[in-house]
Design a binder for this molecule. Structure first.
Ligand code: FES
Length: 269
């Protein structure tokens, strides 16, 4: 081996005196690489759509990236959730007003933190692979200490999920607003909201809020039961994080294709 030239990572004084950077022989880099690529694709797509300021509504569907509408320069959404508290919003894209909530929820999510700390910051890139950074302060200092606000984003995410659920109910209409109809877009929306709820309720903060700080589960049978259900979802948090991210992108893409006239929503009944 070579003589270590730095005192970083495994070469810090006090670590075992081996020169190899790590001893893993598997494809440990694959998972952080795939995470970084997939997150980049989503961020590029979502940024384009968030700033597009168009093709986000086609009766009866409103893109989940644009709901609720908080500005009066929104497309008329025919009964959709619109509270125009931001006036004309200088003509800017109304998505910019609401995306901060799901964005903050996902950015501070325990799973996404793992994914982007590994994929983008290599801090560390994988278990038992030392990071390239000289110092490590974890999440104890600014700005990463702000990750602690995750529990509050969880409450806001509940509101977002409730509003998106309302949009799914509205999707059971035809293009003229008559109830009791459904198209392919309705199905896309139902799958998307199911995944969003499953992801939101599988949150680690949710699990703690429901079952944490209890001395005796026997004295809280309802919370114990809810905690068990949430725990089942929580065990699949990574899977739900990715599947709900993909479904939200696809639901938006569906609305975009229909609203821009590239595709006609097939009606089932
Ligand atoms: Fe992932 Fe809360 S931990 S959403």
């Amino acid at each position: 081996g070579t003589t270590p030239s730095s005192d970083r990572g495994v070469f810090t004084p006090g670590r075992a005196a081996i020169t190899a950077r790590h001893l893993r022989t598997d494809k440990w880099w694959l998972s952080p690489l795939v995470s970084a690529i997939a997150l980049t694709i989503f961020v590029v797509y979502a940024t384009w759509r968030a700033f597009a300021n168009g093709d986000y509504y086609s009766a009866p569907y409103v893109s989940p990236l644009y709901s609720p509408c908080l500005a009066s320069n929104c497309t008329d959404m025919n009964g959709g959730a619109d509270w125009h508290i931001f006036g004309s919003w200088w003509g800017l894209s109304p998505a910019l007003l609401v995306l901060v909530f799901p964005l903050g929820f996902r950015l501070t999510c325990y799973y996404y933190r793992k994914a982007y700390y590994r994929g983008f910051w290599l801090s560390p890139p994988a278990c038992a692979v030392a990071e390239p950074h000289a110092t490590y302060s974890g999440e104890t200092r600014f700005p990463l200490i702000l990750q602690n606000v995750h529990r509050y984003f969880f409450y806001l995410a509940l509101v977002v999920a409730a509003i998106l659920t309302y949009d799914v109910v509205l999707a059971f209409r035809d293009r003229d607003g008559n109830w009791g109809h459904a198209g392919l877009g309705t199905l896309v929306f139902v799958v998307n909201i199911a995944l969003i709820w499953a992801y939101t309720l599988s949150c680690h903060s949710c699990r703690h809020i429901i079952g944490g700080k209890l001395r005796h589960f026997s004295a809280h049978p309802v919370r114990y039961r809810l905690w068990g259900w949430v725990g089942v979802l929580n065990g699949r948090h990574m899977l739900l994080a990715w599947s709900s991210l993909v479904s939200v992108g696809l639901a938006d893409l569906y609305v975009y294709l229909v609203a821009s006239g590239a595709f006609d929503d097939p009606r089932f009944f």
